[in-house]
Write a protein that binds this ligand. Structure first.
Ligand code: ATP
Length: 227
């Protein structure tokens, strides 16, 4: 059974849902962190698990190892006890399929607990390419964050998904899975791509990500300036 911290703080009368925030986190930045914290406080979530992908199936493998990316996540979330780094995808061979991680988590947490797969609107648009994507909503709820520059789909298969599964915050604790909730947060127009470009150009990425992560990047010589 995984440890679940923070429940008493948020929803003392019932157990909160568990949020799962997957990504490459290459590197983790304040766009991820501030959005995650606002979600925790806006929705009935007891805990939020950052789950770095080891080999993301839908994009080129990151130059920086999964171990380094997870280490940066751990440094970034130190001190926030409702945040956890879930390293399960690092320990599994082959591509990091979210559906398999959710199956494992469902097994650990039991059939009753709400599990919420969290993603930005940009990630939602790629969902139909995910391995066994139609099964995701039988294992978890989907929480979709608005992201500057991206619009929620209202047509096609994703438009139908949004309409058919539209839910509200209470569903996340009333049911274990099956609802899709959208959430608008303070816009954080920060991307890991932009941070990598800054660092590779020899420019400062300060104030876009935690100092502890910047220190780790410097220590390990990651995203080094290109000739
Ligand atoms: P990259 O620029 O390398 O694509 P990224 O900054 O988008 O990286 P990822 O690790 O790919 O970060 O994203 C993980 C998840 O975080 C995705 O669901 C993405 O939509 C979401 N996300 C990333 N940045 C933000 C942001 N600034 N605001 C809200 N959600 C974000």
């Amino acid at each position: 059974m995984s440890e679940v911290s923070g429940e008493t703080l948020i929803y003392p009368e019932r157990s909160g849902a568990v949020g799962v925030f997957g990504g490459t986190f290459n590197p983790i930045h304040f766009g991820h962190l501030r959005s995650a914290l606002e979600l925790l406080e806006a929705l009935p979530l007891a805990q939020l698990r950052f789950m770095p992908a080891s080999e993301p199936p839908h994009r080129a493998s990151p130059q920086v190892s999964a171990t380094d990316r997870a280490a940066m996540v751990e440094r970034a979330i130190a001190g926030e006890r409702r945040f956890v780094c879930d390293r399960r995808e690092l320990d599994r061979e082959g591509p990091s399929y979210t559906v398999e991680s959710l199956e494992e988590l469902r097994h650990e947490l039991g059939d009753e607990r709400g599990i919420c797969l969290i993603m930005g609107c940009d990630a939602l648009l790629g969902l139909p390419n995910w391995h066994r994507w139609e099964e995701l909503l039988s294992l978890a709820h989907l929480v979709i964050m608005a992201r500057p520059g991206w619009v929620f789909p209202d047509q096609g298969v994703l438009g139908s998904l949004m309409r058919d599964h539209a839910g509200v915050a209470e569903d996340l604790v009333r049911e274990p899975a099956g609802s899709l909730v959208t959430q608008t947060l303070s816009p954080q127009d920060i991307s890991a791509t932009n941070i990598r470009v800054l660092l590779q150009s020899g420019l400062s990425a300060r104030y876009l990500l935690p100092e502890s992560v910047l220190a780790y990047i410097a220590e390990r010589g990651l995203y080094a300036e290109q000739e």
